[in-house]
Design a protein around this ligand. Structure first.
Ligand code: ATP
Length: 871
């Protein structure tokens, strides 16, 4: 006889079947429409061809969104007090009569699903979560929002239970019959406790109220999302991008959304989130790739990087540009047509003033300057010729003759050369004299020495007419150089030659992307044997409309994005902010970060300090307070480090405990012993992570040796060596393939900087004392490293454990005062203080029972009961 649970599951399964049936129908219809559009003979007018191709693009995009919704199409439902139910999913669907049968999670009506609480039920009696695998419903969990109405409804619905679990979950038992079985918090804990895959997933089915509010905030200004590690800042930023693309699609598809993250590894880690939400119109970039044509793979010393990011560098670059607009004291003597011509200083200064007053960038103001001086030279030639006055045409012939003379050109170019940003910067770094003149009193001699670097010497800079040299092309720029190149580009303007080159490259890249895209579409439609990808790509004459700005924008420095998202925003230097605001002059941005994690030597004290120069007080700060990643036992240790760095800082409250305290292992100081110890602990951690991901986080100088030791001892766990993989390639410069290897390795060896923003099931942290003593902010780095683990943390060290880690029991060593103490249970009052909404009226016993049966979920921190507080 079917149980209540079975009945409830069957009912939901039937509805979900209907939804998938409809999804299939819509997909088929869309495919049909696309097929038809593509097969239409190409004989129409250019206008109709464009229209048709825009239709094709619209159908193809829709198809991609429908495909992305296949997994977990529907994940929740809301029961309304007024009667009726609304199902929530990854996309919206209507039935054949155009009645809504599934609501997109981003639609206004879905807000209640995320925001309703018992205190503020928003017209709902129940929120239901559906767990699905493929197209099968495997479990249900309910949050009663109006218990009385909910019970009445449940009774009316043929004894329908509030919770049910399919074969993948434990019996809900009595709790289910009473209507209080698994809840949304169970689903949340399941998601948080699942082994990590090396890639971030979307969290659309378990978004919490405080996160949802931020995601849906108005997008007409600068919004800062501030919060400790693991509070979901990155996840929120990405879901906000998806939300904005939904609510403001036309504008944002045209202009694009720019997402800036700290490293290629990090971008690889997050890159699946938006496509899984059906959104692709987003440009991802690291700071090192924000200047078209430059892939900054070099590395600066911390002090040099810090100086390059300093706001004073804007004046230094401006000074460098002005310094290249020369007016020598004795003027310039030029030999032309067997005569000496002379430009005195006053004439040159007048021409320079006029050119500067044009307010154009250096390279285009140069035209004014050259025109003025050619005029002066023409006068001299004319005055020497017999016959006095000349017709304008004759004068202009003389001017052309002058400009055709290489000697004249060289002399004028020397006074005001055509410059590329790369040339300007390379010359500046290579020449102490140029740098001293550009910097004036803005930089000290020691600071100037930090910028010094071998490169093209002073002399080639003076070569006339040179816009791009082999030397500048070969320079290994660093991420910190990128903002300076951009600053220079802004002041110089693009020399025509560089612009033409860029244009040609961009056009070629666009054509290749078009072909690739067309091939994919034809393959998907089974038309690849009937239509040729090149022909179809040719027809798509409006790529910018079709795929929006995303790809186009990447190669164009002057492109302005409709919205800017910056992750780890606390690390962005003043110079990089200047670049970013140039990319998004509308100043509509979502910036996520944590000032406590800032590793810069002089960290910002407030968001105002970072943002003030560009936006004044026109920004709002939203705070996330609950840590979804780090279990309470690990967070306790990390909190000591946070307090040491800033006694006033409040650590985020962990949402769960792991039931395992982090510990430390002291190794006799020899290097070999340390490597053996790290390998042993990595193996142990991999065992505990049981198929999840492990990170060995170590000081930068140790990565190569640890990787080699791991490879030698347990090759199956380590990142395989690539033929061209220099082990110590700096942060921020890994290629995508390398990033994959790093994220996919069962045990990845990383520096703290590389681990920023990432998370792992287990972390082996090596030599924390060295991390503390590093050239960046040691306490911030240690805080970051400690908060990467979702379950297991082990510290491996040789000397004394740093005092800030006093809470960690040393394995095999004397017990610390707190070693062995019971894990700290987060008090209910504390938890409530960290959450905006309470959900307190639920039967504690049943919730606790449910959780206890869920092996591997980790314990909820709130006194052994479920975490209903979060809704
Ligand atoms: N509502 C949620 N449901 C499920 N998982 C969540 C939720 N919120 C956050 N998470 C998970 O918590 C983890 C931490 O999130 P995220 O990386 O966005 O935090 P963060 O604040 O950016 O951390 P950090 O400052 O350390 O980079 C991720 O695995 C994320 O998927």
């Amino acid at each position: 006889m079917p149980t209540t649970r079975d009945g409830e599951l069957a009912r939901e399964q039937a509805y979900v079947d209907t939804l998938y049936g409809r999804l299939d129908e819509v997909r088929e219809t869309t495919k049909g429409q696309l097929r038809q559009v593509l097969l239409e003979a190409g004989t129409g007018t250019p206008q109709s061809i464009v229209e048709r191709d825009v239709f094709a693009a619209t159908h193809a995009d829709r198809l991609a969104r429908l495909d992305a919704a296949e997994g977990r199409l529907c994940f929740g439902a809301m029961d309304h007090a007024a009667g009726g139910r609304t199902y929530i999913g990854r996309i919206g669907l209507t039935d054949q009569e155009q009645e809504p049968i599934l609501v997109d999670w981003r639609a206004p009506v879905a807000t209640a699903f995320y925001q309703a609480t018992i205190a503020d039920p928003r017209g709902l009696t129940r929120r239901r979560h559906l767990r699905t695998r493929g197209r099968r419903v495997t479990g249900l969990a309910d949050d009663p929002l109006d218990p009385r109405a909910y019970l009445a409804q449940a009774g009316a619905a043929d004894g329908a239970s509030g919770a049910a679990e399919g074969d993948a979950a434990p019996e809900a038992g009595a709790g289910a019959e009473a209507g209080f079985g698994a809840t949304g918090d169970t689903m949340l804990l399941e998601a948080l406790s699942a082994p990590r895959t090396g890639r971030m997933h979307d969290i659309v089915s378990t978004l919490q109220a405080e996160q949802d509010r931020i995601i849906r905030a108005a997008a007409n200004a600068v919004l800062v999302v501030d919060g400790g590690p693991g509070t979901g800042k990155t996840a929120v930023a990405l879901h906000r991008a998806a939300y904005l693309l939904y609510t403001d699609r036309d504008r944002l598809v045209r202009s694009g959304v720019l997402v800036v993250g700290p490293s290629p590894v990090f971008l690889r880690y997050i890159e699946q989130v938006l496509p899984s939400l059906g959104e692709t119109g987003v440009v991802f970039a690291t700071p090192g790739r924000l200047f078209p044509g430059v892939d900054a793979t070099g590395e600066d010393q911390v002090a040099a990087a810090s100086l390059k990011g300093d706001a004073r560098m804007a004046d230094v670059i401006a000074g460098a540009v002005r310094d290249r607009q020369r007016a020598p004291g004795r003027g310039v003597r030029i030999r032309h047509d067997e005569h000496d011509l002379h430009l005195d200083r006053d004439t040159i200064v007048r021409a320079r003033t006029r050119a500067r007053r044009s307010r154009r960038p250096h390279n285009s103001a140069r035209r004014v300057f050259i025109r003025e001086l050619l005029g002066a030279l023409t006068n001299q030639v004319v005055s020497r010729l017999p016959g006095g006055l000349f017709e304008p045409e004759e004068r202009s012939e003389i001017t052309s003759d002058l400009w055709a003379d290489p000697g004249v050109r060289r002399a004028l170019n020397d006074l005001w050369p055509l410059l590329t940003p790369a040339r300007l910067l390379a010359d500046l770094y290579a020449s102490p004299e140029l740098l001293a003149r550009a910097a004036g009193t803005r930089l000290t001699a020691e600071e100037r020495a930090l910028l010094r670097r071998e490169g093209p010497a002073d002399a080639p800079a003076r070569r006339s007419g040179e816009t791009r040299s082999a030397e500048t092309g070969r320079i290994r720029w660093t991420p910190a150089d990128v903002a300076l190149l951009d600053e220079a580009a802004e002041l110089l303007g693009d020399p025509e030659e560089a612009a033409r080159l860029d244009e040609a490259r961009r056009a070629a890249a666009e054509r290749a992307a078009e072909r690739e895209y067309a091939r994919g579409v034809l393959e998907m439609l089974g038309l690849d044997d009937r239509l040729d990808a090149d022909t179809v790509a040719e027809r798509w004459t409006a790529p910018r409309q079709r795929r929006g700005a995303a790809e186009y924008a990447t190669g164009d420095r002057t492109w302005t994005f409709g919205h800017l998202i910056v992750d780890e925003a606390q690390e962005v230097s003043p110079m990089l902010w200047r670049l970013l605001w140039r990319r998004c002059p509308g100043r509509t941005a979502t910036l996520v970060g944590d000032l406590a994690q800032a590793a810069r030597p002089r960290p910002p004290e407030s968001w105002g300090e970072l943002l003030g120069p560009a936006v004044g007080a026109h920004y709002t700060v939203e705070r996330l307070t609950v840590n979804y990643r780090t279990p309470s036992e690990i967070m306790d240790v990390a909190a000591d480090v946070l307090t040491a760095a800033d006694p006033t800082a409040a650590p985020p409250l962990s949402v769960r405990s792991a039931g395992r305290r982090p510990d430390a292992v002291r190794i006799p100081s020899a290097d070999e012993a340390l490597l053996r110890g790290v390998v042993d602990e990595s193996v142990r951690a991999a065992g505990e992570a049981a198929g999840g991901r492990v990170a060995v986080i170590c000081p930068p100088g140790r990565t190569a040796a640890i990787r080699a030791a791991l490879r030698a001892a347990v090759p199956q766990l380590a990142l395989p060596r690539q033929p061209d993989d220099p082990d110590d390639r700096p942060t921020g410069t890994r290629e995508p393939a390398e990033a994959d290897l790093l994220l996919d390795a069962p045990v990845a060896v990383l520096t703290v900087a590389e681990s920023k923003g990432l998370e792992f099931d287990a972390v082996v942290l090596v030599e924390p004392a060295e991390i503390l003593a590093g050239p960046t902010r040691g306490l911030a780095d240690l805080y970051v490293a400690l908060t990467r683990a979702t379950r297991v943390l082990t510290v491996v060290h040789t000397g004394e454990l740093p005092g800030v880690l006093h809470r960690m029991p040393v394995r095999g060593g004397p017990a610390t005062p707190e070693a062995g103490a019971a894990p700290r249970a987060t008090s209910r009052t504390e938890a409530e203080a960290h959450t905006a909404h309470a959900h307190t009226d639920i039967d504690d016993t049943d919730d606790a029972d449910d959780t206890d049966t869920d092996a591997g979920l980790g314990d909820p921190v709130v006194g052994g009961r479920q975490l209903n507080l979060l809704w």
